[in-house]
Every structure is written in structure tokens, then in C-alpha cells.
Design a protein around this ligand. Structure first.
Ligand SMILES: [Mg+2]
Length: 372
């Protein structure tokens, strides 16, 4: 086993250890990032090749359905899985981070915790209008307290400015556009390296192309009631939270017709959103590694990254933690999902509870230390 072993519930740890020896943490990203997505990268991408336009659009609709169940279907699925015990079995593999708080704390002994937080569905509820995905004041206060105790980054698919306007905390690191737009704290922070302002945009050459595609998609989406196109600077999001399921195929065809002209862009699937991104191998996992290096923890064994997220795109970060054999991935989900995360939380309210528990624990530690 490597020096620092994965902090995962025992059952998964055993499976992982048996299947693949955990590599020592290394700097695995390169500058500039390679253009070709890896095999793993392709797994979350929608299939573009073969089958002709209609077949391709149908495949997309299947994928949209699979990753975006309606509330009614999600409830039916949850009831069914609870009935056959699948959910319970899943919770054994991915226990609640609140129930296993002591385990998390003991893993952090002698290590610097670094917090990575997704925004939508993690700090804010998923709502119909993506522009109205506000976080509560209580959640903002909790994140502020966490950032006082540990270096903290928000890692989101949204454009950095937009996610900053939701969170409004200048002391955090922000990685927008799925990590393709990273900036360090605007406000002086005890965690930031002195005199070194972080700014990293690995896909800047794609900006004109992204703007062009945004305009084209905006025009095309007009024919699909409820569709909303969002320019996230280094990627474009086509939200279908408010699109009737009957129109999903039409929307997929419209998006497909635009993307045919842009082979350097690729669609990926999120929760009720299609995201169009440059085909560079840069994702939330790479952003996590970049930020760890920026904080001076590139090859350190004295760091415990904790990443909390709810989306497929967060899996890239969970996977990095698992491969490094270092850190804790926590998936926010009410129902069983295939995931590389070790622990789970049900909803943003539980995320807040965990954040506040970490703050309380850290404050107690500091008090005990100052007394001792
Ligand atoms: Mg999310």
C-alpha cells in the first residue's frame, strides 16, 4: 500500500485495493493540457459518431432521460429501490458523511483539509430557473466559516462570474466553466500564497468559437419552449429543466445541427442540462489537482482534500481522489448512483450540517491547542 491510503469505507477500499494498486500521488496534468480526451473522458461524453443525425438525436434523448428523471419517475425509482434493498446496500458502500464524521476527522489527523465544493445541487437547491439557484444566507455563512478554517474552492460548471455572484465570498478560490476558468481569492486570505494571484484559463483560444456557438444555439433553442441557453464563458449550457419531455428530441436535433459544424466542441450530460465544451482534457478533476498545486500541496502527503458534489461532472474529481489514494469524495444524492465518491449526503441541508460540524471540530481543536 502507498504511504497514504484512500479514505474510503472498508468494503470499497478492499475492492479498489484488490482491483488496482493505488498509485502514489503524482502531478498528472500537463501544460498545455493534451487535446485528446482520454478513454475515461469519453465516458461522460455523448456519442457523436455514426448512426446519422436522427439516430444520434435519439441516442441523446435516451441519455437525457437516463440522467434527468422527472420528479415523479425519481420518486417511483426511489420507492422501488428502497423496496428491494438496493438503496440500503448502496448506503453501506457510500455511507452518510454525517454518520461517519469521526472517520473523516481521524483521516485528517496531521493533515491540512482543503475543501472543494460544487455549487448547483450541493450548496443551492436545483430549481427550474437556473438564474434563480440562490444559496441561502445560512449556507453562505457556513461556507464563510469553513473558508476561515480551511482553504476553500467552489468548483462549478457555471461561468466564474456567475457563480461568484451567487456565492459572494471574496476569500474563496473559484473554478468556473468546469475548472476551465480558475481564479484565486480576490480578498487577502491566510491560505493563499503571498504575492501569487492564481489565474488559469487552459481553453482561452476557444472563446471566439464558444461565443459563436452560444449565438447559434440561442437562435435554435427559440423553437423549443422552455429551453434555456446559458453562456458559461468556456462552455455553453442548454438547460432542459423546463422543457416538456415530448420536445427533448427536437431540442437534441437542434443542438446536434449546430454542433455538426464544430468538431472541436463536444456535448456532455449533466442534471437536466446539455453542456457543450472544448475537446480538451480538462475537467473538475484537473481543476482540483491544479488548485492543490497552487496551494503548495502538489506532492504533499500532509493534505486531505474533501470534494462535495452532486453531478456526473463531479465524478472526474472523485476519480482523481481515488486514484491519488488521498482525500474524500462525497456525493450529494438521495438515490443510489454509480459513483467514485466514498461517502454520501442527501441534500444541501446535510452539506451545511457537515460544513458546520467541520468548523466546530476545528475550533475545538484550536482551543485545545491554545490551552495545551
Ligand atoms: Mg452540481
Amino acid at each position: 500500500m502507498p504511504k497514504q491510503s484512500a479514505v474510503v469505507p472498508e468494503t470499497i477500499g478492499a475492492v479498489v485495493a484488490a482491483a488496482t494498486p493505488l498509485p502514489k500521488p503524482t502531478r498528472v496534468f500537463s501544460f498545455p493540457p493534451p487535446r485528446q480526451p482520454t478513454r475515461e473522458g469519453r465516458l461522460t461524453q455523448l456519442e457523436l459518431g455514426g448512426g446519422g443525425g436522427a439516430a444520434r438525436a435519439n441516442a441523446w434523448v435516451d441519455s437525457m432521460r437516463a440522467s434527468s428523471p422527472t420528479h415523479a419517475r425519481a420518486a417511483a425509482v426511489a420507492a422501488a429501490t428502497a423496496a428491494d434493498g438496493e438503496h440500503a446496500a448502496w448506503l453501506v458502500k457510500h455511507p452518510s458523511a454525517l454518520d461517519k464524521f469521526e472517520q473523516i476527522i481521524s483521516a485528517s489527523q496531521g493533515k491540512q483539509i482543503v475543501m472543494f465544493l460544487d455549487y448547483d445541487g450541493t450548496l443551492s437547491p436545483i430549481v427550474d430557473d437556473p438564474d434563480a439557484a440562490f444559496m441561502s444566507d445560512a449556507m453562505r455563512a457556513a461556507v464563510k466559516k469553513v473558508a476561515k478554517c480551511f482553504p476553500t474552492a467552489i468548483v462549478s460548471g457555471r461561468c466564474r462570474d456567475k457563480v461568484f455572484n451567487f456565492v459572494k465570498l471574496a476569500e474563496l478560490y473559484y473554478a468556473g466553466s468546469h475548472g476551465m476558468d480558475i481564479e484565486g481569492p480576490a480578498k487577502a486570505s491566510k491560505h493563499a500564497k503571498k504575492g501569487k494571484r492564481v489565474l488559469f484559463q487552459p481553453a482561452s483560444e476557444f472563446l471566439p468559437m464558444i461565443n459563436e456557438v452560444y449565438q447559434a444555439l440561442l437562435e435554435k433553442a427559440k423553437s423549443v419552449p422552455g429551453a434555456k441557453v446559458e453562456n458559461n464563458k468556456f462552455c455553453v449550457s442548454v438547460h432542459f429543466r423546463c422543457v416538456d419531455e415530448k420536445s427533448w428530441k427536437l431540442l437534441a436535433e437542434q443542438v446536434n445541427s449546430v454542433l455538426r459544424e464544430y468538431p472541436k466542441l463536444t456535448p456532455t450530460q449533466g442534471r437536466k442540462v446539455l453542456e457543450i465544451r472544448p475537446t480538451i482534457k480538462w475537467d473538475k478533476g484537473k481543476a482540483l489537482e491544479f488548485l492543490l498545486e497552487s496551494l503548495g500541496f502538489a506532492d504533499s502527503v500532509d493534505v486531505l482534500p474533501i470534494y462535495i458534489g452532486d453531478d456526473r461532472t463531479d465524478e472526474d474529481a472523485f476519480k482523481v481522489l481515488r486514484e491519488r489514494g488521498q482525500g474524500i469524495g462525497i456525493l450529494v444524492s438521495k438515490s443510489p448512483k454509480e459513483t467514485n465518491a466514498s461517502y454520501s449526503l442527501q441534500e444541501p441541508a446535510e452539506v451545511m450540517e457537515l460544513l458546520l460540524s467541520l468548523v466546530k471540530w476545528k475550533q475545538q481543536m484550536l482551543k485545545a491547542h491554545s490551552r495545551g
